[in-house]
Ligand binder design. Structure first.
Ligand code: AMP
Ligand code: MN
Ligand code: MN
Length: 323
């Protein structure tokens, strides 16, 4: 449960505001986008003026395009000095990219998140690392506000739960997560639509790009690490974009010999975005934090400007320190 006092303080700020500006982390996933849009729809229904966005690149991942995106505005159209800004699923202000500056100029800032590393960077922070998804906390907030979850809102929140729990498979899945999922379905959420869009389909080019990345996968048996790279050229050749490969790490991590899966995404501009997953023995969240990123114990990431070989060698070198 979110801290009751904070929940009440957040609800008071929200009730007083005529407009709310909402942001989630860059490269939004189902929890970030689902949580933000759920809250945005409910705020709109309550008569608030709502703008929602995320930092560049401003592109909704293809498999989340089924969510109601009408409240989204590009980051350049986001209120420069919001009356009230609410931030979802971002462990730190850096995760907002350019919208971090809007957050610092907001009259009031509320942070809703479940990253254990989040130290709270707003006036009111609703942070609960025991929540499987930020969506659980958004639900608590809607209940506190007395705002009803319409079928559309329920669908956004179910998407948040489904994606951050890997379809209710990760250890973070609690009785509360499953009960909330049941309530959301009762409220009109459609689980088969979520899984069809998020997991059961991808552009054909995804198969090609995944094939290229899988053909380069490398297993270090003694360290229990499987790693590979995917390049922007792989994506261009396959006719897809970065937003289409969010599930690729889930194929890499199938290697039973490995506790840790590493996927390095090599961007044309030289940035290397690394996704890390652990089966349980390695704290990849702490590892990623040490590399300037963050995340959860078993799912984390960071971005580097160093050459990819150097970045991967550094990850391999450090892994044993986090077991
Ligand atoms: P991803 O591998 O991009 O799906 O990210 C997995 C988890 O790691 C997410 O829940 C994020 O919270 C976190 N994460 C990924 N990249 C970063 C980053 N650059 N900085 C902080 N946290 C990150
Ligand atoms: Mn997220
Ligand atoms: Mn999350």
């Amino acid at each position: 449960m979110s801290d009751r006092a904070n929940l009440k303080a957040a609800a008071d700020l929200i009730r007083q505001a005529g407009s709310v500006a909402l942001a989630c982390h860059v490269g939004p996933d189902g929890d970030a986008l689902g949580s933000m849009l759920a809250f945005g729809l409910a705020a709109r229904d309550a008569g608030k003026e709502v703008a929602a966005s995320f930092g560049s690149p401003y592109s909704v991942p293809g498999n989340l395009g089924f969510l109601p995106t009408e409240l989204l505005v590009p980051p350049e159209d986001f209120p420069a000095e919001p009356e009230l800004m609410v931030v979802f699923d971002a462990g730190s202000a850096e995760r907002l990219a350019e919208l971090g500056s809007n957050a610092s100029k907001a009259e009031k800032l509320i942070v809703v998140d479940h990253h254990a590393t989040n130290e709270g960077f707003g006036d009111v922070s609703l942070i609960d690392p025991s929540a499987a998804a930020t969506g659980e906390l958004v639900h608590d907030l809607l209940v506190e506000l007395g705002w009803e979850a319409t079928p559309e809102i329920a669908q956004c929140l179910l998407t948040a739960l489904v994606t951050d729990t890997g379809r209710f498979q990760y250890a973070s899945t609690s009785p509360r997560t499953l009960r909330l999922a049941a309530d959301l379905v009762a409220a009109g959420a459609n689980p088969s639509q979520v899984s069809r869009h998020v997991y059961e389909q991808a552009p054909f080019g995804y198969l090609k790009a995944a094939g290229a990345a899988l053909s380069r996968a490398h297993l270090e048996r003694d360290k229990g690490v499987v790693s590979t790279t995917i390049t922007e050229a792989d994506l261009t050749e396959a006719g897809i974009g970065w937003g289409d490969i969010d599930n690729l790490i889930d194929i890499i991590r199938l290697a039973a010999e490995a506790d840790v899966a590493v996927l390095a995404k090599l961007h044309e501009d030289g940035r290397v975005k690394v996704s890390l997953r652990s089966r349980g023995d390695t704290d990849v969240g702490a590892l990623a934090a040490g590399m300037g990123g963050g995340g959860h114990r078993l799912a984390a990431g960071f971005t580097s400007e160093e050459p990819p070989e150097k970045v991967l060698a550094e990850v391999h070198r450090r892994i044993e320190g986090y077991r």
